[in-house]
Design a binder for this molecule. Structure first.
Ligand code: ZN
Ligand code: ZN
Length: 231
């Protein structure tokens, strides 16, 4: 499981909707210490005795009683959990030592990129040639600028250490190799500063695909299983 921003109770409920027994999880990976990524990790780790993989910087920001469960990784070195290879990479975001991931079984690669203020060459290289991609499309710049967030928060969200806007996410898709892509899921979509009806057409245009090919991770409903197939 990657991140746990819901309470443990809510996380368990959502896992069960996907027919996952929480006790069957191998580990929790934490991308960074912001509450919407780790609020439930303390209870989940203790209740289900789960190792918690994260960077040393993030580990230092987690509750003290998570410490016995921590497996700290080097953000520049791949590691393995069960039969999945995890490739972490550092990203610009206003957290202590944030990382995002590419997961591989040796044949297929699934990339995750969220909570990132700006795109780096490392991000482009690492996310090229993925078979599936979960990609932040956090805000529409105009909605953010004209919205109700206080000024400091607007600057934070829209800044180089904030979050990707729709145009940034679309231009990443234009730059990287997407020829293998079987699924894309737009995620971390702001409820106040964005709307799928704005984000989806931009991502679809970047990929040259139909709008309904772009998946959307809804904050309430999440999304169902997707299958990535060997070709
Ligand atoms: Zn977040
Ligand atoms: Zn964050």
């Amino acid at each position: 499981m990657i991140d746990c921003g819901f309470s443990a109770r809510e996380a368990v409920k959502r896992l069960q909707l996907l027919n996952i027994d929480p006790a069957s999880l191998s580990a929790i990976l934490i991308t960074h210490e912001h509450a919407d990524h780790m609020a439930g990790v303390r209870v989940m780790a203790r209740k289900f005795n789960l190792p918690v993989y994260t960077t040393p910087g993030t580990a230092g920001c987690l509750p003290e009683d998570v410490a016995p469960y921590i497996h700290a990784f080097n953000c520049h070195e791949k590691f393995v959990i069960d039969d999945i290879e995890v490739e972490p990479f550092p990203v610009p975001h206003d957290a202590r030592e944030p990382s995002q991931f590419v997961f591989s079984d040796g044949a297929l690669r699934v990339g995750l990129l969220t909570d990132v203020g700006s795109i780096t060459p490392l991000i482009e290289n690492t996310l090229s040639a993925c078979d599936a991609l979960l990609l932040e499309a956090n805000h529409d710049l105009t909605m953010l600028e004209q919205g109700e967030y206080p000024e400091h928060l607007k600057r934070r969200v829209g800044g180089r250490l904030g979050h990707l806007n729709n145009v940034q996410s679309a231009s990443l898709l234009e730059k990287i190799d997407t020829s293998r892509l079987q699924h894309i899921m737009a995620m971390h979509i702001s409820e106040k500063n964005n709307c799928p009806s704005i984000a989806v057409p931009l991502l679809a245009e970047a990929l040259g695909c139909e709008h309904d090919w772009i998946g959307v991770a809804d904050q309430e409903a999440g999304f169902d299983w997707r299958e990535v197939n060997n070709r």
